[in-house]
Design a protein around this ligand. Structure first.
Ligand code: 1HE
Length: 259
């Protein structure tokens, strides 16, 4: 059963997943993190959707870790807590379908870590990005140290944590947090549009983009080229690829148009 603070709506080929704890600015307590893991690992695969959108109810996407649960933990408990986040966000990144994060308001701390585990980020003009961990005397623990530098570079992340710098939506898009910047209130609608487009792809193409590309990008070049060749060979041998290529050659598929 879907967690009490998560709304799941199936809209044809896509799922719309909403963090629904607006009174606490969608702060992520342990229960909600485990709920996200359960959703991506068990519930979503059963729905048969081909893409998903993740957004937040209320004025903000997500205020990060629920600080009211940050009680005294010893080093071992801290390690397990962080690994619990890793396991949950791993299910988002390497789960069943590509996930578009639709961002508005605060995208901070663990909220930014969650957004970074998604495959595409669409932000509206109200979005802002920060890593207040630096000011709270803690460190990122939800995979941010790995994923955020891959979006914006280690130098920008270091600056954010050392100085408390907050990026607004425009600067955030330029820095690489979001791939799309839309007017206020339109992030979810645009996310849904993109997810529907993603759902039209051959499933193997989406699989390759989710599971092969990030690993290839981390491999030494000679290994990356080989992995790419293996993935390409598998994707192009699928019947769906042959049908799609034939449709183009028969003049029945869309051409690429100038953006
Ligand atoms: C919270 C949290 C939270 C709000 N944990 N309760 N994250 C942060 O350090 C960010 C902390 N939050 C904020 O800076 C602001 O709340 C916001 C900029 C996100 C939103 O401001 P605003 O004015 O809209 O809301 P608010 O009045 O500050 O908050 C409304 C309520 O939500 C209030 O509770 P109330 O009972 O007084 O109504 C807040 O206490 C509560 N609230 N954010 C708990 N984060 C895996 S490691 C990840 C490490 C981190 O993420 S550290 C960064 C944590």
């Amino acid at each position: 059963m879907t967690h009490k603070d998560i709304l799941l709506e199936i809209r044809g080929p896509i799922a719309v997943i909403r963090l629904n704890r607006p009174a606490k600015r969608n702060a992520l307590n342990d229960s909600l993190i485990l709920g996200l893991r359960e959703l991506f690992e068990k519930e979503l695969p059963e729905t048969g959707v081909r893409a998903a959108v993740l957004d937040g109810a209320g004025e903000h996407f997500c205020a990060g870790l629920d600080l009211s649960e940050l009680k005294e933990r010893d080093a071992g408990q801290g390690l397990y807590h962080s690994r619990m986040w890793h396991a949950a966000l791993e299910q988002v990144q390497y789960g069943p379908v590509p996930v578009v994060a639709a961002l508005h308001g605060a995208v901070v701390g663990g909220g930014l870590e969650l957004a970074s585990a998604c495959h595409i980020r669409v932000a509206d003009e109200t979005a802002f990005y920060a890593l207040p961990e630096g000011s709270r005397g803690i460190f990122v623990g939800g995979g941010g140290a790995v994923r955020i530098p891959r979006l914006i570079g280690a130098a920008r992340m270091t600056d954010m944590m050392l100085t408390g710098r907050v990026y607004n939506a425009q600067d955030g898009e330029r820095a690489g947090f979001a791939q799309y910047l839309v007017p206020q209130g339109q992030a979810s609608a645009r996310g849904i549009e993109l997810a529907n487009r993603i759902a039209e792809n051959a499933p193997l193409t989406n699989y390759a983009l989710m599971h092969a590309l990030p690993r290839i990008a981390e491999q030494p070049a000679d290994q990356g080229f080989l992995t790419e060749a293996l993935m390409a060979a598998i994707a192009q041998s699928a019947p769906e690829a042959k049908t799609r290529v034939k449709a183009f050659l028969d003049g029945k598929a869309a051409k690429v148009r100038k953006g």
